[in-house]
Design a binder for this molecule. Structure first.
Ligand SMILES: C[S@@+](CC[C@H](N)C(=O)[O-])C[C@H]1O[C@@H](n2cnc3c(N)ncnc32)[C@H](O)[C@@H]1O
Length: 265
């Protein structure tokens, strides 16, 4: 069992594996205009009928939390050392800590300003936040039991570098759990297998992602607008809500939204 998760500069020197800084990314900068502590999710959400398991404190983001729960499904989290890559505003790490009992939870994201916000938001909760590139993970080999990645891999210049890095930092039999919209699900599976993962399960959940956007986008828009305290924040909230609603169209037109569980061997 892993007891610690050490930081270390990654061994990868491959130039294709260098991430582009997201500090100027217009979308994540819009998110930073909204300082509300309850705004910790940036994924599309997944529709589900049964929300009886959802904690009251999460009722503003039911489908975003449902997507996180689905992403890990049967993978054991209790007493495990977990790394969330592309951790955004910390929602997934916080979910893992509150609904399970992981040994350690580390959130890693390339967006420095966003990580500063998230570190402040979750100060004192035991969650650790690291700024870094998922394509060059700043951790020693075989230091995690579970690596998660929720709607982040589509941003990477070279997703195979990320898969190789996830394989490297995972212990033997550890899991990578990944949910994302992609244009080529079969190629994603092949890329994972090519770096030493065995496929446990891949499911196409496009229908449930589109349904979440359909039934919930108006409420999310109002929620974001309520969080916005200034005129410029309101403009940002409107742009974020419009963009979120448009994502559903993208999935049906070109992308499939899939969820993978693969195991290191
Ligand atoms: C759509 S957000 C999802 C955030 C979070 N997983 C969630 O579900 O709320 C994508 C995140 O991936 C991060 N990201 C993009 N490229 C990255 C990279 N190369 N390494 C690490 N994080 C990256 C972005 O900064 C952003 O926070």
């Amino acid at each position: 069992m892993t007891t610690e998760c050490h930081d270390q500069t990654s061994i990868s020197d491959d130039k294709r594996c260098v991430g582009v800084s997201k500090d100027d990314d217009p979308v994540y900068s819009l998110c930073l205009d909204l300082d509300d502590p309850s705004y910790v999710w940036m994924n599309c959400g997944m529709y589900t009928e049964d929300l009886s398991w959802l904690y009251d404190e999460d009722r503003d983001w039911p489908f975003q939390v449902a997507l996180a729960k689905y992403t890990i499904r049967q993978v054991p989290i209790d007493d495990m050392c977990c790394l969330d890559t592309g951790s955004g505003r910390g929602g997934f790490c916080s979910f893992l800590r509150r609904y399970y009992s992981p040994r350690a939870t580390i959130g890693m994201d390339i967006h420095r300003r966003q990580q500063t916000w998230t570190s402040r938001r979750f100060a004192g909760t035991g969650m650790r936040l690291v700024t870094g590139d998922a394509q060059r993970l700043p951790f020693v080999s075989e230091s995690f039991d579970v690596v998660t990645n929720l709607e982040s891999v589509l941003h990477y210049r070279n997703r195979r570098c990320f898969f190789a890095e996830a394989r490297r930092v995972l212990r033997r039999d550890g899991y990578l759990c990944l949910s994302c919209n992609v244009v080529d699900p079969e190629d994603v599976t092949a890329d994972m297998q090519s770096v030493g993962f065995t496929l446990v399960e891949v499911t196409d959940i496009t229908e449930w992602i589109v349904k979440a956007a359909t039934v919930d986008s108006r409420r999310i828009r109002e929620l974001l607008l309520r969080m916005a305290k200034t005129d410029s924040a309101k403009t940002s909230a409107r742009r974020l809500a419009t963009r979120a609603a448009a994502s559903a169209q993208l999935f049906t037109a070109r992308h499939r939204y899939c969820s993978w569980i693969v195991q290191a061997h």
